[in-house]
Write a protein that binds this ligand. Structure first.
Ligand SMILES: NC(=O)c1ccc[n+]([C@@H]2O[C@H](COP(=O)([O-])OP(=O)(O)OC[C@H]3O[C@@H](n4cnc5c(N)ncnc54)[C@H](O)[C@@H]3O)[C@@H](O)[C@H]2O)c1
Length: 277
């Protein structure tokens, strides 16, 4: 979760940033990085599964910077699931939906009333995933389902600000075009104790992008990756153009999306796509 006062100087000059997260080590790192770049920032603990926590972040951002121009509802986790979904721990479903779906709902409830009430240009960006929003990959049903819900919420939010004739713009950010090399595959580091797995045998065994590369190689697939900076550049360029879709795809992904649409229109029985294939 991050919020900013940028006054629409997209070159970054004069920007002020508030970052909320539950990972205290990562927060210390981001605080140092922003200070080294001479960016005025507040970095504070914020758990997106709690509306109170997000309201507190919104309050301290407004108190420090006066106003909020950009909101990124970006927090997300991978539940690390594998195997048959009917054998999963209920806690895998709860944790993933708490962060990925309720985190977005809580962010909307904490920030949108403030942005809409100000009645000036502002942007609300939700990080979704093509896995769920655009395609249904077969091996991470909890994550995929959570991101399907996130996309439905985001697109509806876009329709609702338009219907309300609000100057606030909503955008759907899809990190990519390839798997982005981040901490997502090691989300277990921020899993709350009370929602720890209580079923043996449904862990994916993947805790990094390198693990994922190795697993893909076993299926003869060479997994490509994208650097996070590339995603940030794509997002800022899209936001400058008021784009809803902050989406960068490969021709292969486009083909999968077309094939899925045609499968639906032709009432064909679904066949699974593989990540990276
Ligand atoms: N990495 C990819 O390939 C990829 C692809 C598509 C979508 N995404 C999405 O991008 C977003 C960012 O993920 P990332 O890939 O940078 O992974 P990441 O793990 O590096 O970043 C996610 C951040 O969310 C934080 N977080 C987790 N639970 C939280 C909570 N309860 N409250 C507040 N913060 C919490 C983590 O501490 C972490 O800093 C996620 O929504 C993810 O689903 C990532």
């Amino acid at each position: 979760m991050s919020v900013a006062r940028w006054r629409f100087r997209w070159d970054g000059a004069g920007q002020k940033i508030a970052v909320g997260d539950v990972d205290k080590g990562a927060m210390a790192q981001v605080r140092d990085d922003l200070a080294a770049a001479n960016i005025e920032a507040i970095v504070e603990f914020c758990d997106v599964t709690s509306l109170e926590s997000l309201n507190a972040l919104a309050d301290s951002t407004e108190a420090a910077f006066g106003r909020i121009d950009l909101v990124f509802a970006n927090a997300g986790i991978g539940a690390g699931e594998s195997g048959a979904m009917w054998d999963y721990s209920e806690k895998d479903w709860q944790w993933c939906f708490n962060v990925n779906m309720w985190g977005v709902i809580n962010s909307i409830r904490a920030f949108m009333p403030r942005l809409v009430a100000r009645n000036e240009e502002a942007h609300f960006v939700v990080t979704g995933s093509g896995n769920g929003a655009l395609l249904v990959y077969p091996d991470q049903p909890i994550y995929t389902a959570s991101k399907a819900a996130v996309h439905a919420i985001t697109e509806n939010l876009h329709y609702q600000v338009q219907a309300a004739q609000s100057p606030v713009k909503v955008s759907a950010l899809f990190p990519g075009p390839h798997v982005v090399d981040t901490g997502l595959f090691n989300s277990g580091r921020v899993r709350p104790q009370e929602l720890k797995k209580d079923v043996e045998g449904n862990a994916s065994g993947i805790s990094s992008v390198d693990d994922m590369k190795r697993m893909c190689a076993e299926f003869g697939i060479e997994l490509q990756t994208t650097h996070p900076d590339e995603v940030a550049e794509m997002a800022v360029t899209g936001l400058q153009n008021d784009a809803f879709w902050l989406l960068s795809t490969t021709p292969e992904t486009d083909a999968k999306i077309r094939s899925r649409a045609s499968m639906i229109l032709n009432r064909e029985t679904p066949v699974p796509n593989m990540v990276g294939a």
